[in-house]
Design a binder for this molecule. Structure first.
Ligand SMILES: O=C(O)C[C@H]1C=CC(=O)O1
Length: 91
C-alpha cells in the first residue's frame, strides 16, 4: 500500500543543540535503512520549510504507524497521512 506522508519537524527551541544533532543523526540512519528496504521510495524536502513529502510503501496502516513511530523525530513531528489508491486512468 502506498501512502503520501507529509512530516513537519517542530523541535523545541530550547532543546540543546547536541541533543537535536543526536536525534537528527539517528533519524537519518533509520530513514536510510527504510529506503534501503524499499519501504520509503520517495523522500523530498519541502522547499523553504523543515518539512518533507514522502511516499511510503508498506503492507498496511499498522505497518505505516509502526514505521512512523519508530522515527527518532516522531515526538517532534506533525504528520499528515493520505492513503493512495490506484487511479483508473493511470497507465
Ligand atoms: O528532515 C526531515 O524531513 C525529517 C525526517 C524525515 C526523514 C529524515 O531523515 O528526517
Amino acid at each position: 500500500m502506498l501512502f503520501h506522508v507529509q512530516m513537519e519537524v517542530r523541535l523545541p527551541h530550547d532543546m540543546p543543540a547536541a541533543q537535536a544533532d543526536d536525534i537528527k543523526t539517528r533519524e537519518k540512519a533509520v530513514a536510510q535503512e527504510y529506503q534501503r528496504q524499499g519501504k520509503w521510495p520517495h523522500l523530498w524536502r519541502v522547499a523553504g520549510r523543515y518539512a518533507n513529502i514522502s511516499i511510503i510503501d508498506v503492507a498496511d496502516i499498522d505497518e505505516l504507524h509502526a514505521l512512523l513511530s519508530s522515527l527518532p523525530l516522531f515526538p517532534y513531528m506533525d504528520i499528515r497521512v493520505t492513503p493512495l489508491a490506484r487511479h483508473p486512468s493511470a497507465i
